[in-house]
Structure formats: structure tokens, C-alpha cells
Design a protein around this ligand. Structure first.
Ligand code: CA
Length: 232
């Protein structure tokens, strides 16, 4: 999942960014609403976290603008960060299209839980567990596993492998485009080529095939999960 963080306080921003990256998100960080608006016109994110107190244009005006149809993803979930005494900001933020808010200072686990809930709603999944055939991805506890007759075996996934599998599971049984996977993996601070997507796909293939789950390439488009029931 690719997130945009809009926060002018460098210390706060780096703390949040680190926490989100550790949780497996690709995070791009900008320090002003003007820069955020520029980026959001061109690039689609899965969600945005926006501090209300920003220099010049504030987070409320940004929240209003990012719902405009010329934005790359005007339906994206938005979580705003506000000060404890700023009731009016929270009310206005929600009225302008924010989906949720956090009051500063907050604990990272709560931010992560709220983000998961927002992303679930926007991806139309109802539970924190994504599954396909015997494969289960528990997004709340960050555990991947495969069910089989003898019980369940956990599958070790690197953060990038996790991201790719999460997208494939969200779209299954429909295919996921290679572009979408590339976007999900890309932060501006990392150079990722479409070859990298193939690398993660091939690692995932090796980890999923023993459980009868195949990653079919769809020429010119992307990849689709398939469950080979014969192997069960
Ligand atoms: Ca601020």
C-alpha cells in the first residue's frame, strides 16, 4: 500500500514515516500542502495522512482540494491529524471529506489500526484477514499462513513480498496490473524498476506453489492468483 504523509514538522514526520515503513507501507512524505496538491494531481495513493497545521495552505484546504475530480485518486481515504483543542478543525475536516482523524500526540499502533480500517473499507474488504485458497494474510497481526490438512504453516514474507501479495489478494480472482504493483512498491526515495516486480513475483511463486497457489502471468497486463485444487 502506498501512502502520502503531509506534515511540516520534520521530527514528527520522520517518526510516523518510520513506523509506517516498518509496518510494510511505501510512504512518500511532503512538508507542505502545496507540494502535496502537486503530487496528488499526478500520482495515485492508497491513502493520505494530513496534518491540519501546515504553513501557508492548511490541511483543511488540502483536504477539500484533494477531492476535486482532477486529482489522480479523489476517492482515496484521508486521515487528518489535529491538535487536542481543535474540535472545530476535526468537525470541518470530516465535513470537507476526511474519513477519520487522530489527535496529536497519538500512539503509532492506533494510527496503524485506523489506517487498516480505512484501507479495508476503501478496498471493500470487510475483515483484517485476506484469503485466497489456502493462503491467509492477517493484516492486523502481519502474519501470512497456509492452511492444510495438518493445520496451518506460517509463510515468511519480506515487506515488499507482503505488499505484492496483499494487492494480489485484494484483487483476486481478478488480475492485478503490473503498473499497480510497481506503484505500490515505489517510494520516491527508492528506485524500483518493473524488473523488481518480477523478482518479488518469482519469490512469491516459490513460496506459494507448495500450497497449490499459482501466480499466472497475464501478458501485457500483470498477474493473477490461481488455486490448483488438484495439488491439495
Ligand atoms: Ca504541523
Amino acid at each position: 500500500m502506498r501512502l502520502l504523509l503531509v506534515e511540516d514538522d520534520v521530527m514528527v514526520a520522520s517518526g510516523i514515516k518510520l513506523g509506517l515503513s516498518d509496518a510494510g507501507y511505501a510512504v512518500d512524505w511532503v512538508g507542505s500542502a502545496e507540494r502535496a496538491e502537486e503530487v496528488l494531481r499526478k500520482e495515485a495513493f492508497d491513502a493520505a495522512i494530513i496534518d491540519i497545521g501546515l504553513p501557508k495552505m492548511d490541511g483543511l484546504e488540502l483536504t477539500r482540494r484533494l477531492r476535486l475530480p482532477e486529482m489522480a485518486n479523489p476517492a482515496m481515504p484521508v486521515l487528518i491529524l489535529t491538535a487536542r483543542d481543535a474540535l472545530q478543525d476535526r468537525v470541518q475536516g470530516l465535513d470537507l471529506g476526511a474519513d477519520d482523524y487522530m489527535i496529536k500526540p497519538f500512539e503509532l499502533p492506533e494510527l496503524l489500526a485506523r489506517l487498516r480500517a480505512l484501507l479495508r473499507r476503501s478496498q471493500a474488504a470487510t475483515s483484517a484477514v485476506l484469503s485466497f485458497g489456502p493462503i491467509e494474510l492477517d493484516t492486523a497481526n502481519r502474519r501470512a499462513s497456509a492452511r492444510h490438512q495438518g493445520g496451518s504453516t506460517s509463510i515468511e514474507l519480506g515487506p515488499r513480498e507482503w505488499t505484492v501479495l496483499e494487492y494480489l489478494l485484494i484483487h483476486a480472482p481478478k488480475p492485478t496490473s503490473k503498473d499497480k504493483l510497481l506503484q505500490a512498491l515505489t517510494g520516491w526515495d527508492k528506485e524500483i524498476t518493473s524488473n523488481a516486480v518480477e523478482v518479488y513475483i518469482s519469490r512469491l511463486r516459490a513460496k506459494l506453489e507448495p500450497y497449490g497457489v499459482l501466480l499466472r502471468s497475464i501478458r501485457g497486463f500483470g498477474y493473477r492468483l490461481e488455486h490448483d485444487t488438484d495439488s491439495q
